[in-house]
Unconditional design. Sequence first.
Length: 379
Amino acid sequence: MSAAAEVELRAIESLGEFRSHAATWDALVASMPRPSPFMLSAWLEPWWSHFGRDRSMRVEAAFLDGELVGGLPLELERRRGVTVGRFMGREHAALCDVLAREDVSHKVVPGIVERLGVGADYLDLFGVAREGRLFGAVVDAEVLVERVQAPVLDVGAGWDAVYAEKTSPRRRNLHRRRRRQLDEFGRIELVHIVEEAKLAAALTDLFRIHDLRWAGRPDRSEFTTNRGLPFNVDAMSRFAKERIARVLLMKLDGRPIAFQYYLVFERRMFFYRLAFDPDYARWSPGLLTTLAAIEGAAGEGVERVEFLGGDERYKQDLSDSNDPLYECIGFASSWRGRAEAMAAGIALDARIRFKRSDLARRIDQRTVAVRRKRRPTAD
């Protein structure tokens, strides 16, 4: 096989064909500059299956002598007469990037980027990482903005050393006090789950706690929606088979009250879902479960924690730095696409400005104050 041979660029448009390249695809994912489990076939195949009914799924792929050497998973959706292209997985597709075998990346990346607009009026790509191959190719897009801070933490030195460095004695005392306060309600148990059968059995508790946590609040996770729930059952099963999925449950007298569902891939821990029973929110079961999950991940050889998500205080307190994720809007191929892309960019800018405004902060503070009043007391 010669790298000097011609690279063939074409779309994979059937799930069956994509499955036939799964092993090669996953090897390319593992070689990413910033590897993402949300690019693995274990994630993309169930997404394609469960969300592909009203969207067109496709993988812009590169082949050399018949072997897959690169690709980018996209989904196309038509609304109000306009077709919008997004990463397969949408806002859940954290760290999506162009896959490319290193020896032909100089051909694969520009070739796939040139095909980005095929079939779409414009693109709205959320989750682009600065370290990835795609970032340099989209810097000239109409809109490229930082959307989430995506904090990271190096735990290569071991959890005890990292925890001591990242938290003050006062903060560590608070964590111990919160644990003692929870112990007053009954027997607290932290359970690490890795086995496939036990993970499948735990899903019912995860869905229940998630719905308790988000009852009456806006939730864009799709974790327990009509299509999101079966998708997550499917995806967890596949991740469990690959020994990628992990769950840490906090139980009170045998009843789960908090969980951290995370993924371990290429010596990295990726946050996926966290929730807790709001009846116990005052005693920080979610934070205590998260600390225990990071400790467990470090104990099995994880060297870097990818918090993903936004600027929650606990993430910022624990992290070393932010490695932001960006949203790119552009690559319009029609006048309608250019108009819609411009409108989408203006709307995005307005949302970001509002989120960072004093008014938004006052609203958020008032909401938190109201919720605190509704929380039960230790009595």
